[in-house]
Design a protein around this ligand. Sequence first.
Ligand code: 4AD
Ligand code: MG
Length: 462
Amino acid sequence: KREKIIDLFKKAELIGTEVTVMGWVRTRRGNKHVQFVALNDGSTVRNIQIVLDMTRFSDEQLKPITTGSALRVDGRLVESMGKGQTVEVQADNVLVYGTADPETYPLQKKGHTLEFLREKAHLRPRTNTFGAILRVRSALAFAIHRFFQERGFFYLNTPLITGSDCEGAGAMFQVTTLPLNELPKTEDGVVDYSKDFFGKPTALTVSGQLEGELGATALGAIYTFGPTFRAENSNTPRHLSEFWMIEPEVSFFDITDNMDLAEAFVKYCISYALENCRDDIEFLAEHYDKELIERLNFVISNDFVRLTYTEGVKILEESGHKFEFPVYWGADLQSEHERFLVEEYFKKPVILTDYPKEIKAFYMKQNEDGKTVRAMDVLFPNIGEIIGGSEREENYDKLLARIEELDIPMKDMWWYLDTRRFGTVPHSGFGLGFERLVLFVTGMTNIRDVIPFPRTPNNAEF
Ligand code: 4AD
Ligand code: MG
């Protein structure tokens, strides 16, 4: 008898039967003869209309039914005459579980701005917008597991507390049980971590890749899917301090295999969301981004453009476009450059490869030219970089030379180097920023709006 609201719309056989629904009031309107309550239980973006015949309910019963209150309604599901409604519930009984004082409940029936809702992150899942975003996010997570599991990849859990800096960007949150200023120092003034919890410096991981490589060189093909942390002080609509990353890693796999996998993977996820989250995506398109569905369909039905960094830089240099940051061979591409290539020039997602080694991480496979590495970044419209990956340097001597060149502390890397000492193989992988995928699929423009509890500089309230 108890039904999810989504099923009231979907299951025709429920029409004419007695149903019980439970949810939160979005709005109430009407007159002294009949009142209409829009109820939502989180199962769908659609509200079910509850019809209260006022010959059966008193004003006293009605009073606590305000926006945000929680109800149980028993009644009959009937086809609706109302415009835009397919079915509604004619109420026999209403039980109020919890009231929401209209004076203090922050979410009122008028639409709130996304900025306002960011300040109310603890309650915003109760809005239609965030309900839709969170359902899409959940569906995408499921699609990700399904994609890899269907292809024989194993889900590998890599540590969140680590002693190594995978990206070498020095943007790690330290993990210690002692206040940093209380850590003892050695005679030459270096912090002595031997008395700290792990007996060595540790931090929250920026990427599970290095441990992922251990898995891939044993199980063949793995993927990780977990939180990663970056203490970069970049307050942008594309960066979080805590974000989720999916990192497949595959043995006997070169950069072309890697590009094919990345392209098939994102297309699969987007198609899955289009098929399984239609109402939510339509809702978001209607309210925030009229071109959303067209854009998603375009991306899944067209090949991504593939070109080298060197070719990309040439296009940017010859474009005559005024960029805020200069473009020249060797420069790290900024999001304005990436977006120019994707949105203005090719008008398609782009996979850029073979970047200068100076702007990429130590583990990438070095090309014959001595200048570039076998990196690949997937660039998306409205997003910029959505995926970063590479073929890995599998040659022990070359990898060691690069580690020494970059002055990476060797003692932290011995276990990683063992993959190249024992049974080394060509292998490749990449990292997809989960929130950037959710951004793309929902048409949102600020990454803070696609994760339930965003962590950014000066923001860890909830
Ligand atoms: O390009 P990145 O730094 O690559 C790596 O971490 C590699 N270890 C991945 C691999 O090869 N296994 O990060 C990968 C992706 C980026 O393309 C971007 O989508 C996302 O992670 N990302 C962020 N997303 C949100 N907030 C941040 N601060 C992010 N930094 C990276
Ligand atoms: Mg990157």
